[in-house]
Design a protein around this ligand. Structure first.
Ligand code: DC
Length: 228
């Protein structure tokens, strides 16, 4: 890993605001953004499309090594659109079926290893904000600043529910909470790079904070670390 290009990692479970905050921070600093969850989602989609069994670790790892994925940041918002083998998949990878499948493919150690180089290649000048579950603990262990976001399960389910509501999804709040719990449980208990804070991570509990308030805390930490 190159040590001279700064990296800020933002890890945590779903519904903590990680994605939004990572994007805001990358925009503010004008740094690159890595949405590592999107990589697992694209891999899950590629597996489903090509009929690869979600339990077949070796075939999935091979698919990961060959993954033809592209992130194209929007010129104005910085929000990346995502392509798999040239086809636009930004919306498809957010579907319920893919959320579940991505958590399953992410549990295989060989898959995680296969994606490491692809993830680390995002560390480019002037800097990188890396969003995921194991960015600080495994992928960028020497990151300049490591953030771990938490929030109560209720708060996380409520946030995700609101997001989906705006997309006119009809999932009930309870079903959604059960799904989140199941996925988080799998992500936290897997043997390979489980979801957990790195030892040197700054933990921010966002249960009772707005996105703006969490962002202010993030910026404070970024300044304290001499990163802006
Ligand atoms: O953040 P997300 O919901 O888009 O992530 C989708 C799945 O990918 C999530 O259930 C766990 C997995 N994931 C992971 O194991 N490691 C990462 N660094 C990012 C995501």
């Amino acid at each position: 890993m190159k040590t001279n290009t700064p990296v800020i990692t933002i890890d945590g479970p779903s519904g903590t605001g990680k994605g939004t905050l990572s994007q805001l921070l990358a925009n503010k600093l004008r740094w690159h953004l890595l949405d590592s969850g999107a990589m697992y989602r694209v891999l899950a989609l590629a597996a489903l499309d090509s009929g690869v069994d979600l339990d077949d670790e070796l075939q999935l790892a091979q698919l990961a090594l060959e993954l033809d994925i592209n992130f194209t940041p929007d010129q104005h918002t910085g929000v990346p659109s995502i392509q798999l083998a040239g086809a636009e998949v930004s919306d498809r990878i957010r579907e319920h079926e893919i959320s579940e499948a991505s958590s399953r493919v992410a549990a295989h150690p060989a898959v995680r290893t296969a994606l490491l180089d692809l993830q680390r290649a995002f560390q480019r000048e002037p800097g990188l904000v890396a969003d995921g579950r194991d960015m600080g603990s495994t992928v960028f262990p020497r990151a300049n600043l490591k953030i771990f976001l938490t929030a109560s399960a209720d708060a996380r389910a409520q946030r995700r529910y609101k997001q989906l509501k705006t997309k006119e999804d009809s999932d009930s709040l309870r079903a959604l909470r059960e799904d989140l719990d199941k996925r988080d449980q799998r992500d936290m208990t897997r043997a390979a790079s489980p979801l957990r804070p790195a030892d040197d991570a700054l933990i921010i509990d966002s249960t009772n904070l707005s996105i703006e308030q969490v962002f202010d805390r993030l910026l404070e930490a970024v300044k304290q670390h001499g990163l802006c």
